[in-house]
Design a binder for this molecule. Structure first.
Ligand code: NAP
Ligand code: GDD
Length: 339
């Protein structure tokens, strides 16, 4: 009999890659879709029959992390072996605008799932929680599993709450519950309001004459960027280890937002000359002498996470996991998809 995996957040970037990965591993995959006024399944339409709402490898259900009843009904109906909770209000900047909603979904959502699993009688369900490097916030890099959480947004605070719930339910009720503390990971399927996708899409459009300027926020924040395809493999590996535990997943390198812009521009044969400082900083394209990069205060956060570099030694040693995509290969893959 096929193992059953239940993915919350299957319509998102990671959920879509994880679904593909698990189908290849011969799982029967179940996914949760929340109600939307227009279809939100574009990332999984290639593996999902949207007319019949399922196929034999991928079965979709309507549900929402803010609705306990739906979570209880779905888990009981499916009787899954593994649950991956990737669902979240995942945008840090937006969490400054909708803090209560962010906390309800990101903090109470996983708590609701853990409570259901705790009382579940049919089998021992393994649980994966999408924790985040954003939890480290102000802690100096490199960050590992022992680094102090000093969150800088309600998004990060909500993830810290969920992280501790996972550890608590493991210790108090012997649940096989694990945290993957994933550093930033991107792909062609990344949401358009995250900085990497915004840069790749913006510069490509400028190159093609479809857009004049790309307006960004803090160019000097540094992130440890990996590829989502590599990172979903770590999620599965985390749940297969006989001991439930928490792992940092990262590349152990860091680049600034400006580095990302520069590399992307170089790959598109655009030569940018930088002028001025602070909010007045601009990027001019040498060939056309036109301003193509501008800065706007509105894209800055009230509190920023300055530098993230993950030390993934534990995942490497125990899970035999390591990233395959370099920073450069990641940018190549994202650009390729725009043409
Ligand atoms: P994403 O593309 O924004 O996907 C989020 C998913 O959650 C979508 O499927 C979304 O559904 C779903 N969702 C949102 N609110 C929900 C609700 N109330 N009930 C049910 N589903 C809901 O995020 P991602 O980049 O794939 O990230 C996956 C997870 O990893 C998130 O929890 C994120 O916080 C965490 N994380 C991400 C990164 C990263 O760099 N990508 C790093 C560390 C941790 P819709 O499609 O309907 O919006
Ligand atoms: N989104 C965005 N838009 N960010 C910008 C912009 C812009 O125009 N300009 C500069 N930035 C900077 C942000 O201030 C931040 O320092 C950095 O680019 C990355 O921003 P995002 O791509 O929005 O990602 P994030 O690091 O805030 O959060 C992502 O990674 C977390 C893991 O550390 C998300 O995927 C989270 O869900 C995830 O937990």
């Amino acid at each position: 009999m096929k193992k059953k995996a239940l993915i919350f957040g299957i319509t998102g970037q990671d959920g879509s890659y994880l679904a593909e990965y698990l189908i290849k591993k011969k799982y029967q995959v179940h996914g949760i879709k929340r109600r939307t006024s227009t279809p939100n399944t574009s990332r999984i339409d290639h593996i999902f029959d949207s007319v019949n709402f399922n196929n034999k490898d991928l079965i979709m259900h309507h549900g929402d992390l803010s609705d306990s009843g739906s979570l209880y009904r779905i888990i009981n109906q499916i009787n899954p072996d593994e649950i991956y909770n990737l669902a979240a209000q995942s945008h840090v900047k937006i969490s400054f605008q909708i803090p209560e909603y962010t906390s309800d979904v990101n903090a109470l959502g996983p708590l609701r799932l853990l409570e259901i699993i705790r009382h579940y009688k049919k089998k021992k369900i393994k649980f994966y929680q999408a924790s985040s490097s954003e939890m480290f916030g102000k802690s100096k890099p490199p960050q590992n599993e022992k680094t102090l959480f000093l969150p800088r947004s309600v998004y990060a605070i909500s993830k810290v709450f969920a992280y501790h719930c996972v550890v608590h339910y493991r210790e108090a009720y012997n649940l096989h519950a694990c945290n993957g503390i994933l550093f930033n990971h991107e792909s062609p399927r990344r949401g358009v309001n995250f900085v990497t996708k915004k840069i790749v899409q913006g510069l490509t459009r400028i190159k093609n004459g479809q857009q004049k300027t790309l307006t960004l926020g803090n160019l000097y924040a540094r992130r440890d960027w990996g590829h989502a395809k590599d990172y979903v493999e770590s999620m599965w590996k985390i749940l297969q280890h006989k001991t439930a535990d928490d792992y940092v997943v990262s590349t152990n390198t860091s680049h600034s937002v400006k580095d990302f812009v520069k590399l992307c521009a170089k790959k598109l044969n655009m030569n940018i000359i930088w002028k001025n400082k602070g909010f007045k900083e601009i990027g001019i394209e040498k060939n056309t002498n036109r301003i193509i990069i501008k800065i706007d205060k509105k894209y800055f956060r009230e509190t920023e996470v300055d530098n993230l570099i993950g030390d993934y030694s534990k995942a490497k040693n125990r899970l035999k996991w390591k990233p395959r995509y370099s920073f450069e290969k990641l940018v190549d893959d994202m650009i390729k998809n725009e043409f």
